[in-house]
Structures are given as C-alpha cells and as structure tokens.
Ligand binder design. Structure first.
Ligand code: PNS
Length: 162
C-alpha cells in the first residue's frame, strides 16, 4: 500500500493551483486520495458529482491518484480510508491562520498530520471564488483552470447565463 496522503478541498471548481499541489503530493507519496467535500451549506456552483468528474479528468495522468467525495469530519473520513497525512497548499500568509487552526484541531481530534506545501508562485493569487467572479463578467480564464473546467464555467456563468 505504501504511504498515502489526502488532498481535501471544496474544489468548486478545481484550478491549476489545486492541480499543482496534487501533482506535487503525488510525487512525494505512494498514493494520493483527492477528497471533495460534499457541503450543501456552502451552496457550491458545481454538484459534488460534477466536481469529482472535473478532478478525475484533471488528474487522469496520475496513476496513483484517485478522486473521492466525503461529508462530515475530515478526521473521520481519513480514519475510514486509513490515511494519516493531509497535504494542503498555502498561497499566502492570509491562508495560514485558518489552515493552522484546522490542522491543529484535526491533530487534536485524531492525530491526523497536515503537511503544508507552498503554492507555486504563478498560482499564488488563484482561488476558485475569484475565478467564478471574473467568469461572470466575461473574463478569459484560459491558463488558470484546465480547459474543460473553463468550458463548464462558461456554460454555467458566462455573461447572460445566470
Ligand atoms: O478547499 P477548502 O474549502 O479550503 O477545503 C476545506 C476543507 C474541505 C479541507 C475543510 O473545510 C474540511 O476539512 N471540512 C470537513 C469538515 C471538518 O472536518 N471540519 C473541521 C475542520 S478542523
């Protein structure tokens, strides 16, 4: 089985920044499970099935990566999958406070460890929310998300669509 890592997130939708972190985790671990949070409270733009499908396409070339979804606590999902390490990207200091809190809480609850990976500089300003905001106003996000994600975003959000 080897050493496995979890890459959890909302992924609404997956960006090139997410793909970069998943790829780098894939280079360091024997197995990577990308776990999409099914959280109806957040009212995501894409359903969990759509988010999983886009991620599967985005990491299709990574032989040892799989994509799954979960609801409830991350620590419970990690225990069910028998994974002890979470990998999360850090874009800037602004990410750090909340990520540190979650990492410490998860560790306190179950001993789950979090490894932080600094986001590659070319993606440090990227977020799924910002991508959705600019697509609504007709901006071109090619090169910032995979091309099939751009298509899905334009179908849902392009000017005059909402
Ligand atoms: O991509 P995001 O939105 O930054 O991912 C956040 C995520 C999904 C990793 C986090 O919200 C999470 O783990 N949620 C599951 C519920 C949970 O375990 N909450 C307590 C965290 S201490």
């Amino acid at each position: 089985m080897g050493l496995a890592a979890l890459c959890p997130g909302t992924f609404d939708p997956v960006t090139n920044g997410h793909v970069d972190i998943i790829r780098r985790a894939n280079g360091c671990f024997d197995r990577v499970v990308v776990a999409v949070l099914e959280n109806p409270v957040k009212a995501p733009l894409f359903s969990v099935d759509e988010r999983v499908a886009m991620l599967k396409e985005a990491v299709a070339d990574l032989e040892h990566a799989e994509v799954d979804s979960f609801s409830g606590l991350l620590v419970d999902y990690a225990a069910r999958r028998e994974i002890r390490i979470v990998v999360k990207g850090l874009r800037a200091v602004s990410d750090f406070d909340y990520e540190l809190q979650m990492a410490q809480m998860n560790n306190k609850m179950s001993g789950l460890e979090t490894f932080f990976v600094p986001t590659s500089p070319q993606w440090s300003y990227l977020s799924s929310s910002l991508i959705k905001d600019v697509v609504r106003f007709g901006a071109d996000v090619s090169g910032l998300v995979p091309s099939f994600v751009q298509d899905r975003l334009e179908e849902k959000l392009g000017p005059g669509r909402e």
